[in-house]
Design a protein around this ligand. Structure first.
Ligand code: F6P
Length: 345
């Protein structure tokens, strides 16, 4: 069999581990031919690819980024002058055929799974692997990239505690996550955030300021506020600045903000992400061998499984309001901006 692999959408730690999981299993266990498609779906439009051999896979398990490159190319998206536009999906289908591929492995997030599902509708054999720091792909409990982003964010928040304590300040830190609050929730709980603001829970500025004033009154000499970028409708940035300004104005307390940004997407994957990405890659090749196309690999209750692409496409997995971490954090006095917490002693 001959398969192609592409990585699409925002990059994250673990992509190379997933590529390695697919390709090593395909080359060594199944004697398949493996093509690496460059820059996501753009590579199949522009016919940019190379044959992956074992030598390309050594040393990449721990490497950040993707050896294939990525892009946010959305072949099915129509631009304004779509009448003039080339038919990108048809070009992809034709190049897939010309390359003689038996299957295309698409490693990506929501947008990638949506494109993958639509390409499978054109008769292409597709397997999806869920990747993103946002952890917001429906059908799986975890995407690889998420654990690395949480680790980076938690380490950053740990550092903010010491400087906030020295200056008796309110420190606001903005983390990524697109429209979901998974990184803010996990990193906030892991690093002892006093307030955690996520898009899934509507926050009230008065409640936030009252809670911080209560803390100050109870001689809690500094506070850490973790905000997901998605709490600011639409725009990708500005959440920390908006919240810090509001806190400073409403409480009179000295406040500073930090935007963690792309640091959450860089560097070597954590061991957990390496393992999850490897498990996903190996399972993807197993599905190909069994010709179970049209599926995305997933992890549910600790088991690696497969979910049909048509169930994943066009859905975002957001944080449930009654998520166990939220309930437990609330019981420990963490404020989510929607109601005042247990009284501060
Ligand atoms: O989807 C991953 C992500 O990092 C989001 O958390 C963030 O909002 C977005 O990508 C940034 O997009 P770009 O890399 O195109 O600036």
């Amino acid at each position: 069999m001959k398969i192609g692999i592409l990585t699409a959408g925002g990059d994250c730690p673990g992509l190379n581990a997933a590529i390695r999981g697919v390709a090593k299993t395909a080359l060594l266990e199944q004697q398949m031919q493996v093509l690496g498609i460059s820059s996501g779906f753009l590579g199949l439009i522009e016919n940019e690819y190379f044959e992956i051999r074992e030598k390309h896979l050594s040393g990449i398990l721990t490497m950040g980024g993707t050896i294939l490159g990525t892009s946010r190319e959305k072949p099915f998206r129509k631009s304004a002058n779509y009448m003039m536009e080339i038919d990108k999906p048809e070009i992809i289908r034709r190049n897939y055929q010309k390359l003689g591929l038996d299957c295309l492995v698409c490693i990506g997030g929501n947008g990638t799974m949506k494109t993958a599902y639509r390409l499978s509708g054109l008769g292409m054999h597709i397997i999806g692997i869920p990747k993103t720091i946002d952890n917001d792909v429906w059908g799986t409990e975890f995407t690889f990239g998420f654990d690395s982003a949480v680790t980076i964010a938690a380490e950053a928040i740990d550092r903010l505690h010491s400087t906030a304590n020295s200056h008796k300040r309110i420190m606001v830190i903005e983390v990524m996550g697109h429209h979901a609050g998974w990184i803010a929730l996990y990193a906030g709980v892991a690093a002892g955030g006093d307030i955690i603001l996520i898009p899934e829970i509507r926050h009230d500025d008065e409640i936030i300021s009252t809670y911080l004033k209560q803390r100050a009154k109870a001689k809690k000499e500094y506070s850490i506020v973790v905000v997901a970028e998605g709490i600011v409708d639409g725009s990708k940035r500005g959440a920390a600045t908006k919240i810090a300004k509001k806190i400073s104005k409403l409480t009179g307390l000295e406040t500073r903000e930090t935007v963690l940004g792309y640091i959450q997407r860089g560097g070597s994957p954590t061991p957990m992400d390496r393992i999850l990405a490897t498990r996903y890659g190996a399972h993807a090749t197993e599905l190909i061998t069994k010709q179970k196309f049209g599926n995305m690999v997933a992890i549910q209750h600790g088991e690696i499984t497969a979910v049909p692409l048509n169930m994943v496409s066009d859905r975002v997995r957001t944080v449930p309001e009654k998520h166990h971490l939220i309930l437990q954090a609330r019981n420990m006095g963490t404020c989510f901006g929607d109601k005042l917490c247990s009284s501060l002693n």
